[in-house]
Write a protein that binds this ligand. Structure first.
Ligand SMILES: Nc1ncnc2c1ncn2[C@@H]1O[C@H](COP(=O)(O)OP(=O)(O)OP(=O)(O)O)[C@@H](O)[C@H]1O
Ligand SMILES: [Mg+2]
Length: 243
């Protein structure tokens, strides 16, 4: 498998407060890579820096090209997609219009059948099809999450970055979210997954990183990380207690 993303020495922060202090991270084509870690560790900061929402120093090799320095829209066109923590839907527009807007990348690339993607997204999320005319702002939390992922998929991204897709959802919907991640993985979509739900994330991922205060504290194949006593103690043990 070839490398799709290779991040080296990434620095990012807010004003003079540096959050990421030289982050290294890799993701190969077709892999699901997860980044877990406590609140405030810099997980969202990492995704925002990769997407170009936040300025960063360091190298972001994406598909063989350093995209650091490119703007958000250019990165979208290169095939990066982010579903941010705050889903940022167009609340006064319908479900379907939100999805169609997500399709501007293939449309601009001149891919004639870009609208076919809509049916693929509806096949993945039948609930969205049922509610295609409903205003996005009136969807339930789980439906919004589906729409945010669906809209990102409309861009036919090379890399889908998900910031805590299970956040605030009921256990049954959380299961559904992880089922969808697994299904996308089977379909060959490369995914960078940020999660608080370490147990489920490590189950679905190929490789994992533990981010603590802006630095990678641990990393390894997801199945091995899930057995690491330090991970169990801090991330899996705590999750068990919470139930
Ligand atoms: N816009 C901002 N301005 C100033 N500080 C910020 C801003 N956004 C985030 N931070 C700070 O940067 C640090 C990392 O935040 P970040 O959102 O990346 O954490 P996270 O790992 O995603 O946490 P969570 O699990 O709570 O989402 C935190 O200390 C946070 O307070
Ligand atoms: Mg976050």
């Amino acid at each position: 498998m070839s490398e799709l993303l290779k991040v080296s020495g990434l620095h990012a922060g807010y004003g003079r407060a540096e959050v990421l202090t030289g982050l290294d991270l890799k993701l190969r084509q077709g892999e699901v890579v997860t980044v877990i870690g406590p609140n405030g560790a810099g997980k969202s900061t990492t995704l925002n820096a990769l997407m170009g929402v936040l300025p960063a120093r360091g190298q972001i090799l994406f598909d063989g090209e350093d995209v650091n320095g490119l703007g958000l829209e250019e990165r979208v066109m290169k095939g990066l997609a982010l579903v941010p923590e705050k889903r940022e839907l167009f609340t006064t527009m319908s479900v379907e219009d939100n999805l169609v807007l997500g399709g501007f990348r293939p449309m601009r690339l001149g891919i004639k059948d870009w609208r076919d993607e809509l049916e693929r997204v509806y096949a993945l999320f039948p609930r969205l099809k049922e509610r295609r005319a409903q205003l996005a702002g009136t969807l339930s939390g789980g439906e919004r999450q589906m729409l945010a992922v669906g809209r990102a998929l409309m861009a036919r991204p090379k890399l889908l970055m998900l910031d805590e897709p299970s956040l605030g959802l009921a256990p049954l919907i959380v299961k559904e979210v992880f089922r969808i991640v697994a299904r996308l993985r089977e379909a060959g979509v490369s995914i960078l997954l940020i999660e608080q739900n370490a147990r489920a994330a490590l189950e679905v991922a190929d490789y994992g990183y533990v981010l603590e205060t802006g630095e990678i504290a641990l990393q390894g194949p997801a199945a091995e990380l899930a057995k690491d006593p330090r991970v169990i103690e801090t991330y899996l043990g705590a999750a068990r207690k919470a139930h």
